[in-house]
Design a protein around this ligand. Structure first.
Ligand SMILES: O=C(O)CCC(=O)C(=O)O
Ligand SMILES: [Fe+2]
Length: 269
């Protein structure tokens, strides 16, 4: 199927939108089918279908449906919750996961070296081979009054990294030099966000990017965000190698589970 056939070309690892079929299959499915996949945040279960058509603090509506599931490592994956339509979803997503793991390894190696450390340092702090990849498929339907809505309100990702592929409907913005700056769409590109965990590990040398997304009046915007996160019990704090008298720790050390809990409940870190 695919509504972006022209974008599928040379480099499949970056180009393919593996979830597209799954998105259409599940997010445009009849309400009853969607409900059978619904998540239940009150029980800590975020997997499945969720919606956020609610007002936030600025009285803007967050105009987004999403579908969330684990991709990696195998011990975290519950295939029963993966979209079953189209039938190719599973195979393509497993392959995409493998490619994103390779890209994650490379990025973490380069980011470690950028801190003057050995290439393996950041990956091993993030759980080594236990590192987790989470798929979040966002769908922003056309919005009759886009000025009253936001796709996703301003936030930084609590992940270590986010590997994002949007469709060609503009909407992603990043906060830069005291302004919202539109992120230009690049066909076949993977957008990488530094998330909170890398900011903490690097003691602020790398900054978690503040971003938001807008919605369109005419067209449906979609994005596929893969969050690279440490296992919940992993303890994350500024790397000791980066701390000395002149560079005191700027962040407290805590488990990723604790960090998540505080972020979800808006408790200062
Ligand atoms: O849709 C986008 O481009 C961004 C989505 C996002 O920031 C998120 O899901 O965390
Ligand atoms: Fe985000």
């Amino acid at each position: 199927m695919g509504i972006f056939p022209s974008h599928r070309s040379q480099d499949r690892t970056v180009v393919d939108r593996p979830a597209e079929g799954g998105w259409r299959g599940i997010l445009q499915a009849p309400q009853k089918e969607k409900e059978s996949y619904a998540n239940d945040p009150s029980t800590g279960s975020f997997e499945g279908y969720g919606t956020k058509m609610t007002r936030n603090l600025d009285e803007k509506v967050e105009w987004v449906d999403y579908y969330f599931h684990f991709m990696s490592p195998p011990s975290r994956v519950n295939l029963d919750i993966w979209p079953k339509n189209p039938p190719s979803y599973r195979g393509v997503t497993v392959e995409y996961n493998g490619e994103l793991l390779k890209i994650t390894n490379k990025l973490l190696e380069l980011l470690s070296e950028g801190l003057g450390l050995e290439g393996k340092v950041l990956k091993s702090c993030l759980g080594g081979d236990g590192i987790e990849l989470e798929m979040k498929i966002n769908m922003y339907p056309p919005c009759p009054q886009p000025q009253l809505a936001l796709g996703v309100e301003p936030h930084t990702d609590m992940s270590a990294l986010t590997l994002l592929v949007p469709n060609d409907v503009p909407g992603l913005q990043v906060w830069k030099d005291d302004n919202w700056v539109a992120v230009e769409y690049f066909p076949n590109a993977l957008f990488v966000h530094v998330g909170d965990q890398i900011e903490v590990l690097s003691n602020g040398k790398y900054k978690s990017v503040l971003h938001r997304s807008l919605v369109s009046k005419e067209r449906m915007r979609m994005s596929w965000a893969v969050f690279v996160v440490p296992p919940h019990e992993t303890v994350i704090g500024p790397l000791p190698e980066l701390i000395d008298e002149k560079n005191p720790a700027k962040y407290s050390t805590k488990t990723y589970a604790e960090y998540r809990y505080r972020k979800f409940n808006k408790i200062p870190q």
